[in-house]
Design a protein. Sequence first.
Length: 274
Amino acid sequence: MTSSQTKPYAIGLALSGGGAKGFAHAGALKALEEFGIYPDIISGTSAGAIVGSLYADGCTPHEIIELFNNTSFYKFASFARSKTGLFKIDNFRKAMNQKLKAKTFEELNVPLYVNATDMFHGKNVFFSSGSLLDKVIASCSIPIIFEPVLIDGVHYSDGGLLCNFPVEVLRKKCKYLIGVNVGLVDIEHEEQLNLLDIIQRTYFFIRSASVLKGREQCDLLIEPPSIDKYGMFDAVKNEEIFQLGYQAALAILNEQKEKVKEMQAVSLSCRKTR
């Protein structure tokens, strides 16, 4: 690892995709704050892009999950008469638009990278400038289920297809990198599967392949145990999942005491100079 002087950021935070499991990201953020650790650059995929954008905009961890209180998949999604997706998420777009004060990446309090899949050229694309909302929505637009998002003439879908744990984009930019991975897969055998089960399993298998390299690059890796028992659409369990992320982060932070002390020191120094 090169010296901190050669890297523009002290602490980076990478948030994986994982659908409703992403509420664990907010719980992990709460634990990091309690330890005096604040990221000064963030990357997020899919659910991680949602949580990352709200946090970078100034929302507290609890304010993030409050957006999803007493909600269900159908509160934010409605059937689409479209050839490109089963559902449209106009209601979710409206809710995010009302919650986000920043309209561009440049207006955020913390620099942010979100990624989406270019469906024309089959490649992963990171966004860090320009209009914000469309790129966050694109990052979590699961193919077939949701309509892709048109940005500059290109259709974009969920970033987790090709990069579900956006670690590498931050690795050379920060001294310490914290990763929160909620895309774990440990699926129990079931003799009968419905269409939604098949879609979820297929998607988790595809996503998991892109996570392995990212896990190895993290200085601190938070992976909530038992997170795999929740489905990608279990939004009604937001508080449970939040607590799972919070407890998992506390356990790692208490275990890695020396590394945490180093992060606390650079985080404090960084906050004093900005």
